[in-house]
Design a protein around this ligand. Structure first.
Ligand code: FE2
Length: 257
Protein backbone atom coordinates (compact mmCIF):
# COMPACT_ATOMS: atom_id res chain seq x y z
CA UNK A 1 0.00 0.00 0.00
CA UNK A 2 1.35 3.44 -0.81
CA UNK A 3 -0.60 6.32 0.57
CA UNK A 4 0.16 10.00 0.23
CA UNK A 5 1.64 10.90 3.59
CA UNK A 6 2.85 14.11 5.14
CA UNK A 7 6.60 14.71 5.04
CA UNK A 8 6.33 16.68 8.25
CA UNK A 9 5.01 13.61 10.08
CA UNK A 10 7.39 11.11 8.47
CA UNK A 11 10.11 11.23 11.10
CA UNK A 12 8.28 11.30 14.42
CA UNK A 13 4.62 10.84 13.49
CA UNK A 14 3.48 14.07 15.11
CA UNK A 15 3.89 17.83 15.05
CA UNK A 16 3.06 20.32 17.76
CA UNK A 17 1.80 23.63 16.36
CA UNK A 18 1.98 26.98 18.14
CA UNK A 19 -1.00 27.28 20.50
CA UNK A 20 -4.20 28.93 19.35
CA UNK A 21 -3.83 32.18 21.20
CA UNK A 22 -7.22 33.83 21.17
CA UNK A 23 -9.64 32.73 23.89
CA UNK A 24 -12.65 30.83 22.56
CA UNK A 25 -16.05 31.35 24.16
CA UNK A 26 -16.75 28.11 26.12
CA UNK A 27 -20.34 28.34 24.88
CA UNK A 28 -18.96 27.05 21.56
CA UNK A 29 -18.47 23.62 23.13
CA UNK A 30 -20.91 23.74 26.06
CA UNK A 31 -23.93 24.55 23.87
CA UNK A 32 -23.35 21.71 21.40
CA UNK A 33 -25.45 18.58 21.38
CA UNK A 34 -23.48 15.61 22.75
CA UNK A 35 -24.02 11.92 22.21
CA UNK A 36 -22.67 8.96 24.13
CA UNK A 37 -20.00 7.03 22.27
CA UNK A 38 -17.62 4.24 23.15
CA UNK A 39 -14.14 5.58 23.69
CA UNK A 40 -11.14 5.57 25.96
CA UNK A 41 -12.38 6.65 29.34
CA UNK A 42 -15.67 8.26 30.34
CA UNK A 43 -16.54 10.40 27.33
CA UNK A 44 -19.22 12.03 25.25
CA UNK A 45 -18.88 13.50 21.78
CA UNK A 46 -20.40 16.45 19.99
CA UNK A 47 -19.99 15.94 16.24
CA UNK A 48 -19.49 18.94 13.96
CA UNK A 49 -19.11 16.80 10.82
CA UNK A 50 -20.40 13.27 10.35
CA UNK A 51 -21.10 10.71 7.62
CA UNK A 52 -24.30 12.39 6.41
CA UNK A 53 -24.69 15.51 8.54
CA UNK A 54 -26.60 13.80 11.34
CA UNK A 55 -25.68 14.17 15.01
CA UNK A 56 -24.03 10.78 15.40
CA UNK A 57 -20.47 9.52 15.69
CA UNK A 58 -20.29 6.18 13.93
CA UNK A 59 -17.33 5.41 11.70
CA UNK A 60 -18.07 6.21 8.08
CA UNK A 61 -17.31 2.58 7.20
CA UNK A 62 -20.26 1.45 9.32
CA UNK A 63 -22.77 3.31 7.15
CA UNK A 64 -24.31 2.41 3.78
CA UNK A 65 -22.52 2.85 1.51
CA UNK A 66 -19.38 2.59 3.61
CA UNK A 67 -16.52 4.99 3.02
CA UNK A 68 -13.26 5.95 4.66
CA UNK A 69 -12.85 8.83 7.10
CA UNK A 70 -13.09 11.58 4.45
CA UNK A 71 -15.71 14.02 3.10
CA UNK A 72 -17.45 14.59 6.42
CA UNK A 73 -20.73 16.47 6.12
CA UNK A 74 -20.95 19.56 8.31
CA UNK A 75 -23.84 19.63 10.74
CA UNK A 76 -25.37 23.07 10.46
CA UNK A 77 -27.15 23.03 13.81
CA UNK A 78 -23.79 22.34 15.48
CA UNK A 79 -21.44 24.52 13.42
CA UNK A 80 -23.77 27.50 13.91
CA UNK A 81 -23.02 27.25 17.63
CA UNK A 82 -19.28 26.78 17.14
CA UNK A 83 -18.01 29.12 14.42
CA UNK A 84 -14.48 29.36 15.80
CA UNK A 85 -14.15 25.59 16.22
CA UNK A 86 -15.45 25.05 12.69
CA UNK A 87 -12.97 27.56 11.35
CA UNK A 88 -10.11 25.87 13.23
CA UNK A 89 -11.06 22.49 11.76
CA UNK A 90 -11.22 23.91 8.23
CA UNK A 91 -8.15 26.14 8.55
CA UNK A 92 -5.60 23.57 7.28
CA UNK A 93 -7.47 23.41 3.95
CA UNK A 94 -7.26 19.60 3.96
CA UNK A 95 -10.21 17.28 3.44
CA UNK A 96 -12.09 16.78 6.72
CA UNK A 97 -13.64 13.48 7.71
CA UNK A 98 -15.06 13.16 11.19
CA UNK A 99 -14.89 16.33 13.27
CA UNK A 100 -16.07 16.38 16.84
CA UNK A 101 -15.59 17.84 20.29
CA UNK A 102 -14.69 15.22 22.87
CA UNK A 103 -15.61 15.59 26.52
CA UNK A 104 -13.40 13.52 28.83
CA UNK A 105 -13.91 13.10 32.56
CA UNK A 106 -10.89 13.16 34.88
CA UNK A 107 -8.92 9.92 35.09
CA UNK A 108 -5.57 8.58 36.28
CA UNK A 109 -2.29 7.92 34.51
CA UNK A 110 -2.92 4.19 34.97
CA UNK A 111 -6.35 4.60 33.35
CA UNK A 112 -4.74 6.33 30.39
CA UNK A 113 -2.11 3.61 29.96
CA UNK A 114 -4.82 0.95 30.03
CA UNK A 115 -6.85 3.04 27.53
CA UNK A 116 -4.01 3.25 24.97
CA UNK A 117 -5.38 2.45 21.51
CA UNK A 118 -4.71 3.05 17.84
CA UNK A 119 -7.28 4.83 15.68
CA UNK A 120 -8.85 3.27 12.64
CA UNK A 121 -8.90 6.37 10.46
CA UNK A 122 -7.77 4.61 7.30
CA UNK A 123 -10.19 1.73 7.11
CA UNK A 124 -11.38 1.48 3.49
CA UNK A 125 -8.93 4.18 2.46
CA UNK A 126 -7.93 3.75 -1.18
CA UNK A 127 -4.31 3.00 -2.04
CA UNK A 128 -2.66 6.03 -3.62
CA UNK A 129 -4.82 8.56 -1.78
CA UNK A 130 -4.07 10.65 1.30
CA UNK A 131 -3.42 9.00 4.67
CA UNK A 132 -5.85 10.22 7.35
CA UNK A 133 -4.35 11.77 10.48
CA UNK A 134 -5.84 13.64 13.43
CA UNK A 135 -5.64 17.27 14.49
CA UNK A 136 -6.29 18.22 18.11
CA UNK A 137 -7.02 21.58 19.66
CA UNK A 138 -7.32 21.50 23.45
CA UNK A 139 -10.21 23.76 24.39
CA UNK A 140 -10.14 23.74 28.18
CA UNK A 141 -7.00 24.73 30.07
CA UNK A 142 -5.55 21.43 31.32
CA UNK A 143 -1.83 22.10 31.84
CA UNK A 144 -1.50 19.16 34.25
CA UNK A 145 -3.10 16.72 31.79
CA UNK A 146 -1.05 14.86 29.20
CA UNK A 147 -1.56 13.41 25.75
CA UNK A 148 0.31 10.11 25.89
CA UNK A 149 1.74 8.55 22.72
CA UNK A 150 3.51 5.20 22.51
CA UNK A 151 5.08 3.55 19.48
CA UNK A 152 4.84 0.23 21.34
CA UNK A 153 1.72 -0.30 23.43
CA UNK A 154 3.58 -2.27 26.12
CA UNK A 155 6.88 -0.37 26.22
CA UNK A 156 6.88 2.80 28.33
CA UNK A 157 10.34 3.63 27.00
CA UNK A 158 8.62 4.54 23.72
CA UNK A 159 6.25 6.95 25.46
CA UNK A 160 6.13 10.70 24.86
CA UNK A 161 3.83 13.10 26.67
CA UNK A 162 2.54 16.56 25.85
CA UNK A 163 0.75 18.92 28.25
CA UNK A 164 -2.71 20.17 27.31
CA UNK A 165 -2.95 23.86 28.13
CA UNK A 166 -5.77 25.79 26.48
CA UNK A 167 -5.11 26.25 22.77
CA UNK A 168 -2.57 23.41 22.50
CA UNK A 169 -2.59 22.18 18.90
CA UNK A 170 -1.15 18.97 17.53
CA UNK A 171 -1.38 16.84 14.42
CA UNK A 172 -0.72 13.16 15.04
CA UNK A 173 -0.72 9.96 13.03
CA UNK A 174 -3.06 8.25 15.48
CA UNK A 175 -3.07 5.01 13.53
CA UNK A 176 0.69 4.77 14.10
CA UNK A 177 0.73 5.70 17.78
CA UNK A 178 -0.99 4.06 20.67
CA UNK A 179 -2.51 7.03 22.42
CA UNK A 180 -4.76 8.21 25.23
CA UNK A 181 -5.15 11.23 27.49
CA UNK A 182 -4.39 11.36 31.17
CA UNK A 183 -6.82 14.05 32.27
CA UNK A 184 -5.39 15.15 35.60
CA UNK A 185 -8.06 17.72 36.43
CA UNK A 186 -11.26 18.38 38.35
CA UNK A 187 -13.69 19.25 35.56
CA UNK A 188 -14.24 17.61 32.16
CA UNK A 189 -11.67 18.25 29.46
CA UNK A 190 -12.87 19.38 26.03
CA UNK A 191 -10.88 19.01 22.83
CA UNK A 192 -11.57 19.49 19.13
CA UNK A 193 -10.58 16.41 17.12
CA UNK A 194 -10.57 16.49 13.33
CA UNK A 195 -9.69 13.79 10.81
CA UNK A 196 -7.55 15.38 8.09
CA UNK A 197 -6.34 13.93 4.81
CA UNK A 198 -2.58 14.13 4.21
CA UNK A 199 -1.47 15.91 1.06
CA UNK A 200 -0.01 19.17 -0.22
CA UNK A 201 -2.59 21.28 1.67
CA UNK A 202 -1.74 19.73 5.03
CA UNK A 203 1.99 19.91 4.33
CA UNK A 204 1.73 23.60 3.44
CA UNK A 205 -0.29 24.30 6.58
CA UNK A 206 2.18 22.53 8.88
CA UNK A 207 5.08 24.36 7.27
CA UNK A 208 3.33 27.73 7.49
CA UNK A 209 2.46 27.10 11.13
CA UNK A 210 5.98 25.97 12.02
CA UNK A 211 4.89 22.54 13.23
CA UNK A 212 7.50 21.04 15.56
CA UNK A 213 8.18 17.28 15.19
CA UNK A 214 10.53 17.31 18.18
CA UNK A 215 8.51 19.03 20.90
CA UNK A 216 9.77 18.30 24.40
CA UNK A 217 8.17 15.38 26.22
CA UNK A 218 7.20 15.73 29.88
CA UNK A 219 9.10 13.50 32.32
CA UNK A 220 7.15 11.36 34.79
CA UNK A 221 8.15 9.71 38.03
CA UNK A 222 9.49 6.24 37.19
CA UNK A 223 7.56 4.58 39.97
CA UNK A 224 4.28 6.00 38.67
CA UNK A 225 5.12 4.60 35.24
CA UNK A 226 6.01 1.17 36.60
CA UNK A 227 2.87 0.97 38.72
CA UNK A 228 0.74 1.86 35.71
CA UNK A 229 2.43 -0.89 33.66
CA UNK A 230 1.59 -3.43 36.35
CA UNK A 231 -1.98 -2.18 36.55
CA UNK A 232 -2.38 -2.26 32.74
CA UNK A 233 -1.30 -5.89 32.60
CA UNK A 234 -3.57 -6.74 35.55
CA UNK A 235 -6.59 -5.14 33.87
CA UNK A 236 -5.85 -6.74 30.49
CA UNK A 237 -5.60 -10.16 32.12
CA UNK A 238 -8.78 -9.53 34.10
CA UNK A 239 -10.59 -8.58 30.90
CA UNK A 240 -9.16 -11.55 29.02
CA UNK A 241 -10.49 -13.92 31.68
CA UNK A 242 -13.89 -12.26 31.63
CA UNK A 243 -14.07 -12.62 27.85
CA UNK A 244 -12.76 -16.17 27.98
CA UNK A 245 -15.52 -17.09 30.42
CA UNK A 246 -18.01 -15.75 27.87
CA UNK A 247 -16.37 -17.57 24.97
CA UNK A 248 -15.17 -14.35 23.35
CA UNK A 249 -11.67 -13.94 21.90
CA UNK A 250 -10.37 -10.56 22.99
CA UNK A 251 -9.17 -8.30 20.21
CA UNK A 252 -6.60 -5.55 20.73
CA UNK A 253 -8.33 -2.25 21.46
CA UNK A 254 -8.98 -0.49 18.17
CA UNK A 255 -10.65 2.85 18.51
CA UNK A 256 -14.03 3.32 16.91
CA UNK A 257 -14.13 7.09 17.14
FE1 FE2 B 1 -8.02 7.78 19.41
Amino acid sequence: MSFITSAALAETGYVVLPPHGDPIDPAEWHDLKYVGWRSSGVTRFAPLASYAGDIECNGFWNHTPPRTDKDGVWIESQTAKAPTLTRLAQEPGANVGRCRVIELQPNTYADAVYNLHQDDNNRLNDDGTGWVVRAWVNLTDDPDSLLILREDRFDPATEIRFPLAAGTRMIVDTQRFWHAVWHNGEAPRYSLITSLTSGPELDAYITAQGGDPHAASIELDQQLVEEAQTEMHRRIEERRRLFEAQGIVMEPPVDLY
